[in-house]
Design a protein around this ligand. Structure first.
Ligand code: SF4
Ligand code: SF4
Length: 447
């Protein structure tokens, strides 16, 4: 039996040490490296050439398809060259190097947008370059597109931010409450079929809950729901269940249960775009972790190197074990601190050498904790065991029967395993093998 459970099993330390710290601005860096793929979908197509002069907010790459997103210059300067950028997921993509020319000037295209209809709002979302800023990177315009069907009755704004350390959405709710309000008002005005707006926030963010309740106290269609501090509260299907008690069936989308989930910062950035015309060119990131000397929230142009943000933030302390883009549960380790931040970077987490020591892996003691911890009622142990099978058909049968693709890679199973087994890593391997197998079968006409 698969589905979803009310999260009651996985308590992780939250370390929200930066929750009370507003973002501080990083001075313009000398150079930025802007990858063409910072979202789910097709990489954006560059429309500038080496030698071109660009200004802040000028489009430098077009969306290359329906599921894609345009990219804008985050600083003024000269396009130096195109470089190959190796993403943390191992994919090589094109990136544009821009060298700062000492100016801070907005491009003439940065102008307020008139929003009279849902079409206008979706067009604005597409042109704003906003994607799921909680880390998913799904283009916001594609998400908003489901509102055209008039079947969505509830919009959930995701302010759960359940990963340890990260507080960038928390600060959006506190420091940019007016932008959040304007984002919701845009939806109320252009999507009348939506009857209910729910802002879901974990209880460990009392200031954000208070600010949001104050901000929306005169809007009866908006509820601010304080959620238990349990991981992974912010996972889309978990959040839907915990706010409106609807279960998204396997293989279906939130829209199939008439719900749309949007990251709260994405909507705040879209509201600002409509008001000012400034697309997504800067990102607020939490710099924290056991090897960070002075945790902070820092706002920097997209494409700024991790190294510059660390140095500006006060550097590291002790021996660094790992640098992650994102939090310790779902973040990706980077190979070098020269890598840039992107639209989806919510945090730079730096862990000490001590904290990244892998526990000695021992045999499974069949305690069942991994299955208990799973928000999707999966059995991660079966996936790990299946990887040892040499019979491919048998392996795929097990993965299929036990719904490997429902795994959201939240890491809860690994976190609770007393035997130190790398369950989430095995899940990722099993998912990629299963994906390759199903694609192969589809090509052969077998699935
Ligand atoms: S990583 Fe996958 S299998 Fe493990 S707890 Fe999360 S959803 Fe379940
Ligand atoms: S939590 Fe670890 S030890 Fe317990 S059943 Fe799962 S894999 Fe085995």
């Amino acid at each position: 039996m698969f589905g979803i459970r009310y999260i009651g099993n996985t308590h992780i330390p939250h370390f929200k040490r930066t929750a009370s710290l507003a973002s501080i601005d990083l001075p313009t860096p000398k150079s930025v490296l802007v990858p063409m793929l910072q979202h789910i979908g097709a990489p954006a197509a560059p429309i500038v050439q080496p030698g071109d002069t660009v200004e802040i907010g000028q489009k430098i790459a077009e969306a290359a398809g329906y599921v894609s997103s345009p990219i804008y210059a985050p600083i003024c300067g000269t396009v130096d060259k195109f470089e190959e950028y190796l993403r943390p997921d191992g994919r090589k993509v094109q990136a544009i190097r821009i060298n700062w020319n000492g100016e801070v000037k907005f491009h003439h295209s940065v102008q307020p947008k008139d929003i009279y209809s849902l079409d206008d709002l979706i067009t604005a979302a597409r042109e704003s370059g906003v994607v799921g800023l909680g880390g998913a990177g799904f283009p916001l315009a594609v998400k908003l597109d489901v509102l055209r069907k008039n079947a969505i009755d509830t919009v959930i704004l995701n302010g759960a931010e359940c990963e340890p350390y990260i507080t960038s959405d928390t600060r959006t709710m506190i420091d940019r409450a007016d932008d959040v309000r304007q984002g919701v008002e845009l939806l109320i005005r252009t999507a009348p079929a939506v009857k209910k707006y729910i802002i879901g926030i974990e209880k460990n963010k009392p200031e954000a809950i208070k600010t949001m309740r104050e901000t929306f106290k005169d809007l009866s269609c908006v509820t601010v729901k304080a959620l238990p501090q349990r991981y992974p509260q912010g996972a889309e299907k978990v959040l839907i269940y915990n706010t409106v008690r609807r279960v998204v069936p396997e293989g279906k989308l939130p829209s199939d249960v008439n719900v749309l989930v949007l990251n709260i910062t994405s909507m705040a950035v879209l509201a600002k775009y409509c008001r000012t015309g400034m697309p997504l060119v800067r990102k607020s990131v939490t710099l924290d972790g056991s090897a960070v000397a002075s945790p902070k929230n820092i706002k920097a142009p997209i494409g700024t190197s991790i190294k510059e943000i660390i140095e500006f933030g006060g550097g590291t302390t002790g021996e660094v074990g790992k640098i992650l883009l994102g939090g310790p549960m779902m973040g990706s380790a980077v190979a070098s601190a020269d890598e840039p931040i992107t639209k989806t970077t919510g945090a730079i987490t730096i862990l000490s050498k001590e904290d990244v020591q892998l526990p000695n892996e021992t045999s499974c003691i069949h305690c069942g904790r991994c299955a208990e911890a799973c928000p999707h009622l999966l059995k991660p142990l079966l996936y790990s065991n299946s990887l040892e099978l040499t019979d491919k058909e048998e392996k795929m049968k097990i993965l299929d029967k036990n719904k490997i693709m429902l795994c959201v890679e939240c890491g809860s199973c690994s976190f609770v395993c007393p035997a130190g087994r790398p369950l989430v890593l095995n899940n990722k391997i099993a998912k990629s093998e299963y994906r390759a197998y199903t694609e192969e079968m589809k090509k052969k006409g077998g699935m």
